[in-house]
Design a protein around this ligand. Structure first.
Ligand code: HEC
Ligand code: HEC
Ligand code: HEC
Ligand code: HEC
Ligand code: HEC
Length: 196
């Protein structure tokens, strides 16, 4: 009696687990392109953009100058922080952690937030050159205490702007005068533009 009841319980649990697994697989089929929109990992040091870029009005390019000149925007190395923090707020435990890492020549292991799959090519420089604001793709970073992924970064999202559908007005004004046909796509939409 006891054994049969416990095996009934066992089958019940297995069946229940199966239903859950099938439900997850089903949901993944309905939403095939998962997006990390909203992803906001905790960072090793609680660096605040609201404080630095918002309150103190530091320019994005002061720390992310590579966005203007290369493919990746990149996160600044500690020597940029030390321009101020060798003096500013030296009593803070976070600043002390930064000073120690700097003295030992170790980087801060920031957790990557935005990341496209390897088979996608995305050059920051080309976008910045045409006047696409950081905030168009990254949201109001200057109001964020902790950065989160603002845009879906899906292929459809890239395409809508390249086709001219969601393109900010200032970008249209920068791009169209240089084109023979100032309508329609503002940037290429053929597959090998973004895929290797
Ligand atoms: C004082 C230097 C500094 C300034 C100024 C600054 N940032 Fe940052 N930014 C950082 C650091 C450090 C990180 C990594 C830690 C983090 O994610 O908060 C970062 C991370 C980011 C990320 C996320 C990177 C990832 O992993 O995907 C984005 C997007 C970003 N910054 C955009 C901006 C924008 C837009 C501005 C201007 C409004 C700006 N930043 C101004 C230092 C700076
Ligand atoms: C242009 C000067 C400047 C630069 C460059 C700068 N900061 Fe700051 N930072 C400040 C100021 C000012 C404060 C506020 C100090 C206060 O609250 O009195 C601050 C505060 C902080 C705090 C909060 C400390 C606490 O415990 O309250 C952290 C953490 C921090 N900064 C990290 C960074 C990191 C990481 C970088 C480099 C990516 C950086 N800062 C670059 C000026 C700067
Ligand atoms: C057209 C959209 C777009 C614009 C404009 C844009 N970014 Fe990005 N950003 C992205 C995408 C997409 C990624 C992920 C790239 C990858 O994984 O290769 C990213 C990644 C980043 C990262 C993470 C490190 C890296 O280089 O991958 C930082 C930091 C960043 N952006 C900062 C900025 C700043 C600062 C500006 C403005 C000067 C800016 N971005 C403008 C779309 C944009
Ligand atoms: C808000 C508008 C916008 C978004 C969003 C956007 N782009 Fe662009 N993209 C542009 C503009 C404008 C250009 C510049 C076209 C030019 O130089 O004339 C461009 C150029 C490019 C180029 C260079 C094309 C060439 O001529 O070789 C690539 C590659 C590219 N984008 C990839 C992407 C990818 C991948 C994404 C999504 C992750 C994306 N873009 C999202 C507006 C956008
Ligand atoms: C403007 C940039 C851009 C162009 C042009 C573009 N793609 Fe993409 N594509 C992306 C991005 C970004 C991703 C990754 C995000 C995602 O899966 O939505 C992607 C993902 C994909 C994937 C993987 C989908 C998945 O679910 O994982 C395939 C397949 C693909 N693209 C095929 C194409 C084909 C075929 C074309 C030409 C008709 C094309 N792409 C043109 C940006 C682009």
């Amino acid at each position: 009696m006891l054994t049969s009841r416990s095996s009934q319980l066992k089958y019940g649990i297995i069946f229940g687990a199966l239903v859950v697994v099938l439900a997850i697989v089903g949901l993944m089929a309905v939403f095939p392109t998962a997006t990390n929109q909203g992803y906001a990992p905790e960072q090793p040091i609680p660096f605040s953009h609201r404080l630095h870029a918002g309150q103190y009005k530091m320019a994005c390019l002061y720390c992310h100058s590579n966005a203007e000149r290369s493919m990746h925007a990149t996160v600044p190395s500690l020597n940029i922080c030390m321009n101020c923090h060798s003096i500013v707020k030296g009593d803070s435990p976070y600043i002390q952690k930064m000073k120690k890492a700097f003295a030992e020549g170790k980087p801060i292991e920031w957790v990557r937030i935005h990341e496209l799959p390897d088979f996608v090519y995305f050059p920051h420089k080309r976008h910045v050159a045409k006047g696409v604001a950081c905030q168009t793709c990254h949201g109001p970073v200057q109001e964020m205490d902790r950065v989160y992924q603002y845009a879906p970064l899906t292929m459809g999202w890239c395409m809508e702007c390249h086709r001219g559908e969601t393109t900010p007005r200032n970008v249209l004004q920068n791009v169209y005068p240089q084109m023979k046909n100032p309508q329609g796509p503002v940037a290429p939409v053929n597959c090998n533009t973004c895929h290797y």
